[in-house]
Design a protein around this ligand. Structure first.
Ligand code: IDP
Ligand code: MG
Length: 151
């Protein structure tokens, strides 16, 4: 039985600023488990589906242009409470309002270049995982050093 999973993506600005290792480390050291990881340049179709909820917003075209402009690192992280916790690690959408200590709070300034995406709830997490990954790309595994569990 798999635990809760969420979709996280490092946007092209995070990749091009050399922040992949820094960002992956935030999730790894928190204690979540990486179950899928790939780099891709998203198609327009994928980006428009991913951000479909924002289709009518004035920033939609610029957002899709940007997310398709270069490589994105797409991931699935697993663990107890990971959906809400990832949003906390990521911080508020506007980086100037994100708390220091969060990824956006520490690494970004501009709302259109806020380095990372994370699913905002269970339904979007499932939708986004299915949109970005084939089920064969998701790895069920148990870390070799996971010898205890706290209920
Ligand atoms: P989220 O990424 O924190 O979930 P959403 O409101 O879902 O934020 O918006 C998706 C993305 O669209 C944001 O991460 C940001 O890059 C971009 N965005 C949101 N609002 C604006 C805006 O007012 N101007 C420009 N870009 C925006
Ligand atoms: Mg969102």
């Amino acid at each position: 039985m798999s635990e809760e999973r969420t979709f996280v993506a490092i946007k092209p600005d995070g990749v091009q600023r050399g922040l992949i290792g820094e960002i992956l480390g935030r999730f790894e050291t928190k204690g979540f488990k990486l179950v899928a990881l790939k780099q891709l340049i998203p198609s327009r179709d994928l980006a428009e589906k991913h951000y479909g909820v924002h289709r009518e917003r004035p920033f939609f075209k610029g957002l899709v242009d940007f997310i398709t402009s270069g490589p994105v690192v797409a991931m699935v992280w697993e663990g107890e409470g990971v959906i809400a916790s990832a949003r906390k690690l990521i911080g508020a959408t506007k980086p100037l309002e994100s708390e220091p200590g969060t990824i956006r709070g520490d690494l970004a300034v501009n709302i259109g270049r806020n380095v990372i995406h994370g699913s905002d709830g269970p339904d979007t997490a499932q939708f986004e995982i299915d949109l970005w990954f084939e089920s064969s790309e998701l790895n069920d595994w148990v870390p070799a050093d996971q010898i205890w569990r706290i209920e």
